[in-house]
Design a protein around this ligand. Structure first.
Ligand SMILES: Nc1nc2c(c(=O)[nH]1)N[C@H]1C(S)=C(S)[C@@H](COP(=O)(O)O)O[C@H]1N2
Ligand SMILES: [Mo]
Length: 187
């Protein structure tokens, strides 16, 4: 038995690329910003180029579990840790949900308590390189403690909310939380 593998999953070597829509555009690099909004004291609009050149990014290494049954070991992500974002924006005490909106029309939501975990971040790099186009350039919200559909690619805005607002797959019957260790796949 492999203690590192959640129930019902199998290891594969590389993440399979899943996109609901391949036909979308992203602004020129100098015009890209990360927006952090909602029930927060200090909303943020940070230029992409400022983040990339900050020299102050954090790295995490984590396994990645897709609800369709594959898992990939040890993906390295680099970006701004969720904990640091929380320190700066100061979400209000009654924030319970995070909703992420993406350039491709995708969205995902999950409980704030999972965003708060030590290994959650907003990534700009994957395995040492600027996020490849198909894996989420310019920003990816990475929440390794949940199934991969919660790790939204091509991120435009992160919103902190009191009440749940369902994203693309949550509206189609996928689980509101999505903890792979509890096999919270659907419903
Ligand atoms: N913006 C966006 N993020 C997304 C998706 C998507 O279609 N659009 N697909 C999700 C799903 S269903 C999965 S399994 C993972 C796949 O990640 P990968 O394409 O980097 O392997 O991305 C998630 N994030
Ligand atoms: Mo997925």
């Amino acid at each position: 038995m492999d203690k590192r593998l959640p129930p019902g999953q199998q290891w594969i070597d590389e993440p399979l690329i899943y996109d609901i829509n391949k036909n979308f555009s992203i602004p020129e690099e100098k015009d890209i910003h990360l927006y952090i909004v909602g029930e927060v004291k200090n909303p943020l609009k940070i230029p992409y180029l400022e983040i990339i050149s900050s020299g102050n990014l954090s790295k995490i290494k984590a396994d990645f579990h897709c609800v369709t049954g594959w898992s990939v070991k040890d993906i390295e992500w680099e970006g701004i840790l969720a904990k640091r974002i929380i320190e700066v924006v100061k979400p209000s005490e009654d924030v319970k949900w995070v909703f992420v909106k993406c350039y491709d029309g995708y969205s995902a939501s999950f409980p704030y308590e999972f965003f708060k975990k030590d290994d959650s971040l907003i990534a700009v790099k994957m395995n040492g390189k600027i996020l490849p186009k198909e894996h989420g350039y310019p920003f990816r919200v990475v929440v390794p403690s949940l199934y991969a559909w919660k790790s939204a690619k091509y991120v435009h805005t992160v919103e902190f909310l009191k009440d749940e607002k369902k994203g693309f797959w949550e509206l189609r019957g996928y689980h509101a939380v999505g903890d792979p260790w509890k096999e919270e796949r659907y419903g």
